[in-house]
Design a protein. Structure first.
Length: 288
């Protein structure tokens, strides 16, 4: 009898240990699964949302609010901005520039080659719009983007085509098509929520993201109205508007996108810091 009782006790302890292990590890596994499903993409502010001011003031505000960095146009003092960001362990995620097509061939901002050289080794993305028009515009655009890709590659940078409403390259599908024709590993595309909504394709989100996914380097988001037509409706602080940004982030993640996401703040107005605070709060809620 004593031997049977001992065996039963050992069996009970083994069973209790197994149950305890399951109870203790199950929340950990659940937490890990939940964490893996969160959008942990770096979140930065475009300079359309930072309100101007000195590079130090902009960088300090973004650091205090919890952004990972910012993007800017060529009109900024790039060297001063890099210094301000570096001092706060922030990153310059993208520089906005453009190529213009014309009867005499494509033209670029004179400052662009200098800026690209200054950014060597920093992994900053060159955001490239394509404007203008000309005979055989598509062939000219391919040639221009390839030239830009060569310039960026020498500095270890990538080029992300930036579809912009009203420009020659206005639609996400056109940017994807152009990236395929250019056929360079350092050339990809940008998903711009406001410009994509301007196309009037809110019901084709999954289809469009899947088509862009193999070439997708960066995305921009903001609050927006799903059927909006004006920029006031299509560009709002994150957390406003009826477009489901959470569904967008889920679709991007399921398509394999892990790149940076920027906040587009063009034309929002009001108190810049409060808009950025509300937006980062909404982003953190989405991330949870």
């Amino acid at each position: 009898m004593s031997q049977i009782r001992c065996l039963s006790a050992r069996a009970f302890l083994r069973g209790f240990a197994a149950v305890t292990f399951c109870v203790l590890t199950t929340p950990l596994l659940a937490e890990q699964t939940t964490s893996e499903a969160r959008p942990n993409n770096p979140f930065f502010a475009m300079d359309t949302a930072t309100g101007g001011g000195t590079p130090d003031a902009q960088a300090e505000m973004l650091k205090e609010l919890g952004y990972a960095g910012m993007s800017c146009g060529l009109d900024h003092d790039i060297s001063a901005l890099l210094t301000a960001l570096d001092e706060r362990q922030l990153k310059l995620f993208a520089v906005y520039a453009g190529v213009n097509l014309g009867p005499d061939g494509p033209s670029y901002p004179a400052k662009l080659s200098q800026v690209i050289a200054r950014l060597k080794g920093r992994e900053t993305i060159v955001w490239l719009t394509v404007t203008g028009n000309a005979p055989e515009a598509e062939a000219q655009a391919v040639k221009a983007v390839r030239e830009m890709a060569d310039l960026a590659e020498a500095a270890g940078l990538r080029v992300a085509l930036y579809p912009h409403a009203g420009f020659y390259m206005a639609r996400l599908s056109h940017a994807v098509r152009l990236a395929k024709k250019v056929d360079r590993t350092n050339v990809g595309v940008t998903f711009n929520l406001c410009h994509w909504l301007k196309e009037g394709r809110p019901d084709a989100m999954i289809e469009d993201i899947r088509a862009a996914a193999p070439h997708l380097f960066v995305a921009t988001v903001n609050g927006a109205d799903r059927r909006g037509t004006t920029w006031e409706q299509l560009i709002q602080p994150l957390g406003r508007g009826d477009f489901d940004v959470a569904a967008l982030l889920k679709a991007l993640r399921e398509a394999g996108f892990r790149g940076p996401v920027g906040f587009q703040g063009y034309g929002i107005g009001g108190n810049v810091r409060e808009t950025l605070r509300r937006t980062i709060t909404a982003w953190n809620t989405l991330a949870r």
